[in-house]
Design a protein around this ligand. Sequence first.
Ligand SMILES: [Zn+2]
Ligand SMILES: [Zn+2]
Length: 205
Amino acid sequence: MPKSKKKIKPINSTPQTAARQSITRPERIIISPIGDQDPELFRLISREINRIFGYRTEIKPLLKDVDFALDPSRNQHYSTSILEKLASMASHQAIKILAITKVDLFIPILTHVYGEAQLGGKACIISTHRLNEGLGASVSKTFHQRVVKEAIHELGHTFNLRHCRDHTCSMHYCRSIKDVDRKSDQLCRYCLVLLNDAIKRLAKK
Ligand SMILES: [Zn+2]
Ligand SMILES: [Zn+2]
């Protein structure tokens, strides 16, 4: 007798947007380009952030450059000091700030980072510097997808989400670009529940 493989059905369809009610609230997520950036990419990020987090988004440059964070001995920029500066610039309507830069970022214990976030805090940043790996210079869909995944990941941290063991979840920690390509631009059901709780807590404040 052939083994019957049971199809695993999802218990119910997972809502892919957190707390719909937040759409109508005045707070927004600021998406902040540092330096010259591709407007098309920013429209895409904006849409995807709105889809996942449910907040309105606003594209708004806050920093002209991040020269102040340059470590000359490493020729990289120290992401933590950029985050501190961004958080200090946030208006009360900015529930979160996501900055996007082309420069290479680091924190002292690591050779580089794709991004960094203030856990449960206001600001996060991603760097597109290494997200082109293996793609050549031309703009590709894969590149855009990588940027979106990292944007969701770092913003997730600002809503207090930790790293997730599910390697398809956006909150999965990526050591390499292969890991980034393997994960999706969705939160797993578990992370989505945590996100909804975090948004509800923010709404009560
Ligand atoms: Zn992370
Ligand atoms: Zn997850």
